[in-house]
Design a protein around this ligand. Structure first.
Ligand SMILES: NC(=O)c1ccc[n+]([C@@H]2O[C@H](COP(=O)([O-])OP(=O)(O)OC[C@H]3O[C@@H](n4cnc5c(N)ncnc54)[C@H](O)[C@@H]3O)[C@@H](O)[C@H]2O)c1
Length: 332
């Protein structure tokens, strides 16, 4: 069977991980790249032995591409995704899928109309320990859920913002909530259930950027459980912790470490789970995302994180922003 042809649009920091992941999935092949910085595209095309396109529309005309993998800055995701869908290409898009719910909805609609797949990259869902935790929640092993907490205590220094200025601008998708904590907010809502309402404070404390670098938010879930989010890109002097904590009447799980890479607590009253994966959280980064996209294209199945799923964490982040701006509790 022919390999599924991928094109990467946006050849910056994360794109390199996409190139590596695509090359490790036997049924996927990188065919071409595109970047508004033509020199970057040319250079990476040469390095990876693939074609490059001078314009996005030129890229979309290529017959050897089935999936357009969008790694451009977040503010451009919607426009690129809609154009790709109109050209009949399946769309894989980095988080956050868009900066507004209107854009997210238009992306979903464009992909539905064109009959193409839309998958949003939230790769932490695919970590085996996290997937096992989701199964434990779905199987009712926690009993009644009481609360859940997500923390991101990381360091993003001046070099990080200097490298790409969009990262320091709210209007371009910068800020610790939408750019870092969205992964953890996604896990929290995926594990705890549908969100009823949220409240947040955000602050800009350190570097000369135009976006929040510290945020605390609280969530009321529809099932009555509560959630908290603590997100900071200001931690001195380095990345300290990323964690997801789920608590219920018959179970406690804490996945922590610097990058949610350690199972710190895994205790249940009624099961001892030999199969949760041990204390080290395995991760294959973007590989399972590419595998899922290939499966979805070939077998015409729904991607694990489709547009509707990808929209959920965006909606919470935007509600946190609105709450911080207005001082009000925001209904989802
Ligand atoms: N899943 C993850 O863990 C993860 C990690 C990092 C970044 N990301 C996401 O990936 C995206 C890119 O982040 P990054 O850190 O690689 O950014 P970056 O600034 O390093 O790279 C972006 C690239 O896109 C190019 N570009 C700008 N406008 C473009 C356009 N309209 N069309 C095509 N290319 C364009 C730039 O020239 C640059 O080469 C963001 O949406 C970010 O949120 C996801």
């Amino acid at each position: 069977m022919d390999k599924v042809g991928f094109a990467v649009a946006g050849c910056g920091s994360i794109a390199v991980k996409h190139f590596a992941a695509i090359s490790q999935v036997a049924s996927a092949q990188l065919k071409a790249v595109y970047d508004t910085n033509l020199e970057k595209a040319r250079q990476l095309a040469k390095q990876y032995g693939v074609a490059y396109a001078e314009t996005f529309s030129e890229l979309l005309k290529r017959d050897d591409i089935q999936v357009v993998d969008i790694c451009a800055p977040s503010a451009f995701h919607a426009e690129l995704a809609k154009a790709a869908a109109r050209a009949g290409k399946h769309v894989l898009v980095e988080k956050p899928m868009a900066l507004t719910l209107e854009d997210a909805d238009e992306m979903i609609e464009a992909c539905n109309k064109a009959g193409v797949k839309l998958s949003v990259i939230l790769q932490n869902r695919y970590k085996p320990a996290v997937a096992r935790l989701k199964k434990a929640v779905d199987d009712g092993d926690f009993g009644k859920l009481t609360h859940g907490t997500a923390t991101v205590r990381w360091n993003r220094n001046w070099d990080y913002y200097q490298y790409s200025s969009w990262r320091g601008k709210t209007s371009m998708g910068g800020g610790v909530l939408i750019n870092q904590a969205i992964h953890n907010i996604d896990l929290l809502q995926w594990l705890m259930g549908e969100v009823d309402s949220v409240f947040a404070f955000t602050a800009h404390r350190l570097l000369n950027i135009n976006a929040e670098d510290v945020a605390v938010g609280v969530i009321q879930f529809k099932n009555g459980a509560l959630g908290t989010v603590e997100a900071a890109s200001t931690i001195y002097p380095r990345n300290l912790e990323e964690s997801i904590n789920i608590f219920g009447e018959k179970g406690t799980v804490i996945i922590g470490g610097i990058r949610a890479d350690q199972v710190l607590v895994w205790e249940f009253a009624e099961k001892n789970y030999a199969d949760f994966g041990g204390s080290k959280v395995e991760t294959k980064g973007h590989i399972p995302v590419i595998e899922d996209m290939v499966r979805s294209v070939r077998e015409n199945t729904r991607p694990a994180v489709d547009g509707e799923e990808g929209r959920r964490s965006l909606e919470i982040v935007l509600a946190f922003h609105e709450s911080a701006r207005t001082g009000k509790v925001i209904k989802i």
